[in-house]
Structures are given as C-alpha cells and as structure tokens.
Design a protein around this ligand. Sequence first.
Ligand code: MN
Ligand code: MN
Length: 299
Amino acid sequence: MKKIFYILATSVAIFLGSCKEDEAKPSKSEASIHLTLGNPSNARIDENTPENYLMSISQYALSYNSTKGHANWVSWIVDNSWLGSVDRTDNFRPNDEIPIQWYRVNHYDYFSPPNGTTPTGFDRGHMCPSADRTKIRDDNSATFLMTNMIPQAPRNNQQTWASLEDYTRSLVGANSNMGAYVISGTYGTGGDCPAGKFESLQRGKINVPERTWKIIVLMPLVNTGSVFAPLGTIGDDATRVNNNTRVIAVDMPNSQTINTNWRTYRVSVDFLEQKTGLDFLSRVPQSIQDVIEARVDNL
Ligand code: MN
Ligand code: MN
C-alpha cells in the first residue's frame, strides 16, 4: 500500500513538474465558447502552422492565415446578451497578437494595390460585424482588429452581406428567445471593386478572396425559469442541435456584380465543406450533421 502511494505521489509530482515547465511559456487557452460547435480547421496556437493559427479572444475566435494576410474563418456567438447601443468605435488597427515574424496587416493596407500607387476601393469588411458587438465598447473595438477583416467588394459588404447580418440580428435581438452560432470566411483568389479586379493588395501581402461564405446556426436559448440564458453559458450547446435546427449557409461572389438578395446565394454546409476543405459543426453528432449539412435553407 505504502509502495503504491509512493508511486502515485511520485507520478503526480512529475506530472505537476512538467505542467510547471509548460507554464513558463506564455500559455493561452485554446478553448472558446465561440467554438462550441467545432473548430473547423482544428486551428491551434502554434507558430509552426502559420496558415492555420488560432487567435481566440472573448469576443470571437479565428484561424489566421499569415500567407493570405486574413483569417481562414472567424466564429462567434450572437444573441441579445451581445447587443446594446454603443457606437461604432471605428478604430481599424493591426492585431499586435500576431507573432512578430509575420506581417501585421495595417488599416491603410487595403488602399494599396500590388503596385502601391492607386487606391483600390475594397472595403475593410468585418467578419464578426461591429453591430453584433454593441453591449460594451471593448467588444465593439475588438471587431476593428484587422485580423477580423477581409478585402470585400463594397457592393457585397454594404448590401448583400450587410442585409444577411441585419436579418440574423432581427432573429436574435431584443424579445427573441433565439441565438446564433455564426462562422464566416472566404475561399479562392481574385475579387473586384470599383477600381477593377485584383488578386492581392499591398505588394502581395494580402490575398483578395474570390468568394465569401457564412454559416448561421439558429438555437433556442435555454429557459432557466426567470430568464433566457445566453448561448454558451449553460450545458453544451452542441448537444442541443437536432435535425430540425435551422442552418443558413451562403456562398457569395466577392464582386461588384453581386445580386443584393442574399437568399439567392444559399447553399448547403456540405457544399461549403467541399469548397473550403473545412469541417463545420464537428462537435455536433455525425448523424445530425449528415441531415442539417445536406439541407439548403428555404425560409
Ligand atoms: Mn461589413
Ligand atoms: Mn461537418
């Protein structure tokens, strides 16, 4: 008995010792409430994967691609607990959390095409929208980090994309008992704006995406008896997704020729998984993924 205790105690001591060694390096959590339904590319906080680097803050989580100069995907929760009345902070700025050896995209870079002379006219398009983070100023400010931006055709950003953002908030805003898990990103190279078609900006440091996509999973909030609990605060939301869960997925051209009706761009999640190589909703049981990822929203 004594011997067993000794072995156990020694193992625990070694285990604690090795933890301590890890803690000497700056350690950040890879867990996030925004990734409750899955981490689509299994992104990690690992500088050896510069094209799939996890950046997680309290407002959203993303996979950063340092070759493209923008995220592969950004994932966030939106429900009424994130919505309030603070003004847009409009403080577009580089993200200082990007490892120092990689280029940090700046707020003016989108105005510089490959030859560095003519302004291109791409919008600094939010993935997690400013208007989804209006409860407190810090939350809104976090959406203006350049890691949350893509070079987006103004007509896509200001019309089609914006109207889907508005529609989403109309479903989850005040007096709603719904919330949403949202994931958005891009694929491909080459988009157009009023100044013409471009494949990259700032002498090749920033990829101009060809397509923009988004997935919205609508979830009822848990009724605690007195209040509806915000998403991510009670239990595991992945276990509450079922075959009837409404999922809206869209795939849009990053182009000035875009149709302004977002509904015309609806696709299945399966289609987006095929186009992007990502695995969405991976924490949802496979049999349920099989049903909800094959369906195209038609409400
Ligand atoms: Mn926008
Ligand atoms: Mn999936």
